[in-house]
Ligand binder design. Structure first.
Ligand code: AMP
Ligand code: MG
Length: 488
């Protein structure tokens, strides 16, 4: 494994024609230090976990002493924020340090978030706070552990500098890894500012780097858009299946690769509440949990519009029209897995919908219920008391359980084998808000052990970890309605 000093950096994005952003030096913290680094993310850069403990690591990734080949660059973009078009956004507090080519031939964007002001900072200070850096760090690695496409988090760096939000907070930086940081809003920026040659240059860049199979294909831009629709539909199906609410699905937070991007006031469902709004600032519930598929499609329509110099309206409409069926197919497939069903039957949709209706009514803890459902005893005399106890209306559950038992019998399901399958898709551990909050409070007091413990646990959320059982508990009263907002 190479040392830090042997990393090879490039920055192809910074070499795009003028107008894609600005080259800029980061403003490091005077006394930066490591809060936590993700061993599995380090390995993506071919780095041994021990490299993160070196002072040179903090200096290099914290922007104080850039490594050879790094060309820090702030990307410009735009976006629809809460439905309103904002013509110019951009990396207001982040810099693309460069791209690392790893030994597997992958190219990883390395982005430093919280790196100081840029021309896109608007009224902001260009900084991030420890609270939000830890939330993004833990959730990126947790989503990866859940098998959901996401940007990754290399590390959180702390700095003594105070940062002013609603109150004084501890400043921090996050180093993010992604195959790409291009957003729907990057295309929107060039389209709406009528820089059509740049729309094409960006599309060609994205195709060359991420859709190489399309570079020489006929109707390549239409097919590219169709693939983004497909990837986004699949991603949202995964979010809905695991109970994840993003919180700020503005088009500038939508990845062109269908990755979960820009973790702000996200939340995992505790109790199953379809209308769950995790972002305190989202007063109208635009980004409520059950709105995510509709919003994703709305965002994709914005992207389609921004590509209209490269594809026809008919092509855009046809591709967008695949969103609903693709989402429905993937969502049903995920839910069948969660129920341990191998075969596809007409009645499955009803079985799922009636379960959700009963879960919402109770309400039932989403993650705990599905994990427990793996222990369903399908023998006719079994009462499944532990499962029944999740519900207030226990007879209602019995009715559903009778249907479920029949459905399992119809495909000759074996309890032990099914349980093993279900345990691989129904996580025991998710990053509940209260868990993140505890880790944050300890880190603010200088103790990073809880951050590290959670990161390691959430990397493997499907296994039983008896010593960490407490982290699978529903939130205590104080942790039920924690306020999370955009100000991060
Ligand atoms: P977000 O809500 O984090 O997706 O941010 C929306 C836009 O505001 C992005 O262009 C960010 O770069 C910018 N932004 C957010 N927070 C700050 C900050 N503290 N300083 C400068 N720009 C910021
Ligand atoms: Mg953003």
């Amino acid at each position: 494994m190479p040392m830090l000093e042997q990393l090879r950096f490039d920055n192809t994005y910074a070499r795009l024609p003028a107008g894609f952003g600005v080259a800029l030096r980061p403003t490091p913290f005077p006394d930066a230090h490591l809060v936590s680094a993700s061993p599995s993310a380090l390995r993506l850069l071919d780095l041994e976990p021990s490299e993160a403990a070196r002072p040179e690591f903090v200096q290099a990734f914290g922007g104080a002493r850039p490594l050879p080949g790094m060309e820090p660059f702030a990307m410009v973009y735009a976006g629809h924020q809460f439905g309103v078009y904002v013509p110019r956004l951009g990396d207001g507090r982040a810099l693309l340090l460069g791209e690392v080519l790893n030994s597997a031939g992958e190219r990883w964007d390395v982005q430093l978030k919280g790196s100081g002001p840029t021309p896109y900072s608007r009224m902001g200070d260009g900084r991030a706070v420890l609270r939000s850096a830890i939330r993004e760090y833990l959730c990126s690695e947790a989503m990866h552990g859940l098998g959901i496409p996401t940007t990754r988090a290399l590390c959180v760096l702390g700095g003594g500098e105070p940062v002013y939000r609603e109150e004084v907070e501890t400043g921090a930086m996050l180093v993010r890894l992604s195959p790409s940081h291009v957003r729907f809003g990057t295309f929107e920026y060039f389209h709406y500012s009528e820089q059509h040659a740049h729309v094409k240059a960006l599309a060609d860049y994205v195709l060359g780097r991420h859709f190489p199979h399309l570079v020489d294909a006929p109707e390549k831009y239409a097919r590219f858009y169709a693939e983004v629709v497909e990837r986004t539909a699949r991603l949202i199906a995964q979010w809905q299946a695991v109970g994840f609410a993003h919180g700020v699905m503005n088009t500038d937070n939508m990845s062109i690769l269908g990755l979960t991007l820009d973790y702000g006031p996200f939340g995992f469902l505790d109790d199953f509440d379809p209308g769950f709004v995790c972002n305190h600032s989202d007063e109208r519930g635009r980004y409520a949990f059950d709105q995510q598929p509709r919003i994703a499609m709305w965002n994709l329509a914005c992207l389609g519009e921004a590509l209209l110099t490269l594809l026809s309206e008919d092509e855009a409409r046809a591709a967008l029209g695949t969103f609903q069926p693709t989402f429905a197919t993937h969502f049903l497939a995920r839910l069948r897995e969660k129920l341990g069903l191998r075969e596809t039957r007409e009645e499955d949709r009803n079985l799922i919908e009636s379960l959700f209706a009963r879960m919402a009514q109770a309400p039932v803890d989403y993650t705990r219920f599905f994990r427990a459902l793996g222990r369903f005893d399908s023998s006719p005399e079994a009462r499944n008391e532990a499962l029944r106890d999740h519900f207030v209306d226990r007879e209602g559950f019995d009715t559903w359980a009778a249907d479920y038992r029949r459905r399992l019998a119809a495909e000759g399901s074996q309890d032990a084998e099914r349980r093993a399958r279900m345990d691989r898709v129904n996580p025991k551990y998710v990053l509940r808000n209260y868990l993140a909050q505890t880790a944050i409070e300890r880190a603010q007091a200088g103790d990073f052990r809880e951050v590290n413990r959670l990161r390691a646990l959430l990397e493997d959320p499907f296994s039983e970890h008896p010593e960490h059982n407490a982290s699978a508990e529903p939130p205590p009263t104080w942790g039920r309605h924690l306020v999370v907002s955009c100000s991060s």
